[in-house]
Every structure is written in structure tokens, then in C-alpha cells.
Design a protein around this ligand. Sequence first.
Ligand code: AMP
Length: 545
Amino acid sequence: MENSFYNYSLLIKQLLISPLSSNPEQEIVDNANQRYNYKRLNTNIHTLANALRELGIKKGDTIGVMAWDTIRYLEFFFTIPMMGAILHTINIRLSEQQILYTINHADDDILIVHHDFIQVIDKIREKISRPIKIILLNSKKYNLSDNNTYLYEDLIKYKKLKFEFEDFDENTTATKFYTTGTTGDPKGVSYSHRQLVIHTLGFIAGSSVSNYSHRLHNEDVYMPLTPMFHVHGWGFPYMATLLGVKQVYPGRYEPKRLLDLIKQEKVTFSHCVPTILQMLLNENKKLNYDLSKLKLIIGGSAMSKSLAEEAQSQGINVVSAYGMSETCPFLTIAQMPSEARISSQKELIKMRTKTGKPGLLVDLRIVDENFKDVIRDNNSTGEIVVRAPWLTKGYIKDEKASKELWKGGYLHTGDVGYIDETGSLIITDRIKDIIKSGGEWISSLQIEDIVSKCKGVKEVAAIGIKDVKWGERPIIIVTKIVTENAEDITKRIKERISNEIKKGLLSKWAMPDKIEYVKEIEKTSVGKVNKKLLREKYKFIKTNE
Ligand code: AMP
């Protein structure tokens, strides 16, 4: 006789079981002074699902969201996939044309749009290729004469409270979103319920490995500082919810408001790209808030030693982590030993800025052009390729690029690095950003790390520009502290780079041909230095000062 074994699928809805059972009164806070508990989160998820069902949303449909980081967004993270529909987190910082491209490419059926983005939608609406319904968030007045536009607040007013979230195949697609699109059209990736659930567990388990790690636990207060459209806010809203921790959603990112929230709500756990960290540190020089309870994970780009030093001097416990849009994103995190085992401040900073050890279940290899593992000699570099249970299957509607991505059965990251003597990954560059000069490979990240330590330098980007004789030559683009003199800084930079070359730590070709001082260095939509654009901009610059 068959028994009634329950075949437990890994579905997003299951991430709510533990917090609702163990910590239902725990708070979730929104910058708009909304404050509720996990029970209310659950009720809102059910109400919203009923509203969406009435609008005709069914399994497999796609709902695009354009919103700031709010409690509402957290509700979308759950409701939409829990209905078997697909959450498309639209990158609100892309250009109008790119937003239109992603809406069409993702086959969105409904758009949920915060009031602040209505203008964008108005401009592109006629070019959206499918019939689409629009739900306006935080909006009171809008021309609602066409019957495909709804006000969110009206929709959720009188709905039934209970929705039957059915079980379905854990491999069902839950989310999709697009890469930042600095090279050509943005590329789409998607993730299944199973992948998101395992990613959630994978990070929680992986970050508990070391003694002095960035473990997320139930006494933490969590706030995102990576937008929720960027790789699901790196997956942390799912982790925080599963653990039932207090959560704080900051809305639009404004430095003073972010710091006020950190102070008032006693935030202890967050994550961001280096540029956001820099922005917070600058603002806090004025405010002088105590940030000593804050654990902060820095990813998206390498964290320079000088940035880590500054963060540490303001009391923040920072470490690096590594991942990408195609990897859900978690791949590695720097593991910190207990403080007693760290011999010096220099050592501590070094540990904080390492790219980190692969997370549990992450199979990470460094390979040469023949797909052979490079020797582990603390120096030889190669491409980083990975396997993990949560990597994207490929790019949406792009077979050719998907094949390239998964060549040889491993996901090709396009990043170059090596494993050091402690087993930590060190990224030296992206394949596309390496500067190839005089037959040697020069790491742009290494130059940036050295230059960022020079007094007076605020930010630096190193790029290679074409050179007839040498193939490429490095130039650096620098923003400086206003009160400092450019000539003095240039002297310091040259001195420091010469020293590193003399010590054999840097290629002899690494001295930049040009040091260009600018007011601002161009960034991508997620706040990373836009090297593609810089290469284009400076391709004709006169070098050899
Ligand atoms: P994205 O898909 O926009 O998240 O970008 C992913 C890319 O960011 C990776 O392929 C790396 O080149 C870079 N990246 C992410 N984390 C780090 C890190 N800790 N150090 C250096 N580069 C990083």
C-alpha cells in the first residue's frame, strides 16, 4: 500500500514556515514609517495574490517590478513566485530604451510601477510589444481612463485574506532579471525556486564556517544596501526572512537617510558595492555615528585596501565577497579568523580584502585556455570557472551566449584570479579589463589598489588603451580630494608604483603612461566603474607624459 509520504519541493513559500512559527511578531520596517510584523507580511502576501489572481495572473506569467527597496518589494519577492508566476526585477537605472528592451524581452504581462517611474513608462508604453496591465504603486492620481491601469492601493483593499498557494515543481522559474548592459543589450538570466532556496541555505551555512565571520543570525537587524533589482538584493531578503530577523527597507538610497536608519533601527547586517560604502563613509565623516555594530559584505567589485582601512577606522566590520548576476550571486566570501589569531592591522586588512573562499557546495576551478587547472603556486592565474546548485542555466533566448557561458560543463565567469596559500580566491581582473602590454598581463585591479593608497586620491580606475608598439598601455583616471595638489599626488603615485616594480610585485610595464584627473569617474547602473565606457572615452588620449 502506498504511504502518504510528502515529497517536499524546495519552493519559495517554504522560506516563510520557520519565521511564522518561531518569530511571527518580529518587526519589518520601511523608511516610509511603515512598521509591521511577519504575520502581517504573510497576510499581505495572501491579499496581493488574490488581487493578482483577479487581474488574471496565472502560473508562468511574468510580472515586472520597478520600485525602490520597500516592504512592498519584499512582498513581491514572495507573492509573485509563490503563485507560480515569474518576478522580473527591472533595473530602474537602465536607460529608457534598455528598460523597454528588457520588458519586451522578458515577455512581461503586468508591470508594477512606483510613482517615481511613471514618466519612464509613459514614454515607452506604446512600444511595449505585448498587451500589458500596469499597477501603480504609491500613486494617487494618474490618468486611469484606460482600463489596463490600476492603483495598487485600490487593488488590495477588499480582497479575501486567504490564498491557496499550491505545490508545484521546484524547478519552476521564480525570477528573472537582466545584466547591467554595459556591453550591448542587457542579457537575461533566470532562477528556479529550488535554486533560490538552496542559495539561501547555502549562504547561511557557508557564512558560518569561520569563527569571526559575517554570519547572519536572529539577533541581527538586516537592511539592504544593494538594490533589490540587482540579483535579488544578492539574495539577502530571502535569507533574512527565513531566519526571522528584523528587517529594514530604506526606500530610495540617500546617504544621510541610510545612516539615520542604521542608527535608529540599530542595523547590524548589510551589503553593498564599494562606491556605496565610500558614499556612506564620506557622509559619516560629518555625522560621526557609531557604526561599530555593523557587519558589511562588500561585493560587485574589488574592495581596495584603502577603502577597507577607512571602513575599519569608522568601526565597520567589512569583508569581501564575490559573485555575479549569472551565479545568483554568491560564490565566495572572505573568512576572518578570530581576532586573536591576526598578527597585525595590515594582516587584518589583507584578510578583509581577499576575494574569499568558495562557499559550501561551490566547485571553483582556475583553468588555463585548454581548460586544465593551473598550478596552485600562489601566483599562476587563469579563468575562474564554477559549478554550484544555484547558477543560471543560461541567458534567456540566447542559445549561443548560453553555450559559451557553460562551455565544458562549468560556468565561465570571465574573471581571472588565483588561489592563494590559505585557499582563498584572489581576483586579479576581468578578462576584458586586463591590460596587455609588452607581452605581459598587468592587473588593472592591482594598479588601482596601489594608487588608491596614495594620499589625496579619492578614486581611481586603471584601463588599457591601444598602443601600436606595446599592444596596450595603462593609463589611470583619478578623482582627488579637492584640497590636494594634482602634481603632488602624481609624484606620490609614480613613486609608489616604481617601488612596487622594484620590489618585483608589479610588472615593469605597469607605470601608467598618463594620469588623468577628473571630477567624477563614470559608473554603471549598479555603481561599478564603467571601464568599457572609459576605454572608449580615452582611446585617443595623448600618452607618454
Ligand atoms: P554583476 O553581474 O553586475 O554582479 O557583475 C559581476 C562581476 O563583478 C564579476 O564577474 C566580477 O568581475 C565583479 N566582481 C564581483 N565581486 C567581486 C569582487 N569581490 N572582487 C572583484 N570583482 C568582483
